[in-house]
Design a protein around this ligand. Structure first.
Ligand code: HEM
Length: 273
């Protein structure tokens, strides 16, 4: 095994470990963070059965974003759709032989790549061109968009730029990634510079993921504004963590203010007239 293969192999496993442990730890924290108040964002479901329906609409259609900001919805929705297709199509580097469904999808990989790139560019333009977006944008928002843009551009560049020679190296890339994922027969890493850039940027994204706002992917399901039922008039809300504690008793009057409790009760003077 060459030194370069060892470096990139270790880089892959380290990034993956940081991503998995970080993602699970953060999601665990979200799951057990007390939600002491009833704060569903209305209109909200009035029965527990309505909650999965609401979550489905949020996850699949980004419903509340659609109500709130149409431009952002278009950019965000196309970005997520493009990303989903690109990631599924990338399974061709792991699954061998590629299934027929995957083969059909892969024929459209170029479209997904362009949708991803266009949506990311649009989201970046929105941040700088609209005052409201510019005002709330942080350096980390731009850094994330630029990182994703660099990943999508380096991937797409390999399709058009012959100097990249990625296409010729595809079998070697497949052997390397397939070996890493199955812990078996890891081929030597392709020395193609464009591939190494694309791959390294993806590993950086994996490392940054648990510390970034990308954690909304796990956090959404635990958001009290989205997963609570709007029924405070029908059912008294008792915070779940109160049930796990010993029953709270109010301190007696003597415990609260001994001097006041000892003082004789004043007779109220009757007003005559
Ligand atoms: C370990 C992970 C990854 C590996 C090994 C990898 C590898 C590759 C390779 C070899 C290509 C060129 C395919 C060809 O020429 O047929 C490519 C294309 C591309 N990659 Fe990646 N990639 C990875 C992750 C990602 C991620 C996370 C994204 C998006 C955020 C992405 C976005 C793209 C895009 C947009 C293209 C061009 C369209 C396509 O061929 O699907 N890649 N990638």
């Amino acid at each position: 095994m060459s030194g370069l293969t060892l470096v990139f192999g270790l880089f892959f496993y380290l990034s993956l470990a940081i991503f998995l442990v970080g993602f699970l730890a953060k999601t665990w924290k979200y799951a057990f963070t007390p939600a002491p108040l009833r704060i569903p964002q209305t209109p909200a479901p009035v029965s527990a059965a309505g909650v999965p329906v609401r979550m489905f609409q949020e996850v699949v259609f980004f419903k509340s974003l659609f109500r709130g900001n149409k431009l952002l919805w278009i950019g965000g929705y196309l970005f997520h759709l493009g990303l989903l297709f690109v990631l599924v199509e990338h399974l061709r580097f792991i699954i061998a032989p590629a299934s027929s469904v995957l083969n059909t999808l892969v024929t459209y990989d170029l479209y997904s790549g362009f949708v991803l790139l266009a949506a990311l560019t649009f989201l970046l333009i929105l941040r700088v061109a609209i005052d409201r977006h510019l005002y709330i944008s942080l350096a980390s928002d731009y850094a994330l968009l630029l990182l994703l843009l660099a990943i999508a551009s380096s991937g797409l560049l390999s399709r058009f730029w012959d100097g990249g020679h990625i296409r010729m190296n595809l079998p070697q890339i497949k052997a390397f990634i397939g070996g890493l994922v199955t812990f078996n027969n890891i081929g030597s890493v392709p020395t193609n510079k464009l591939f190494l850039i694309h791959f390294s940027l993806v590993m950086l994204l994996l490392i940054y993921f648990p510390f970034s706002k990308l954690m909304h992917s796990g956090g959404l399901f635990f958001s009290p504004t989205r997963n609570q039922v709007d029924n405070p008039r029908e059912k008294r809300w008792v915070t779940p963590w109160v049930k796990t504690r010993p029953t709270a008793t109010l301190p007696s009057l003597e415990q609260q203010a001994p001097a006041a409790a000892a003082a004789p009760v004043q007779e109220t003077a009757e007003v005559e007239g």
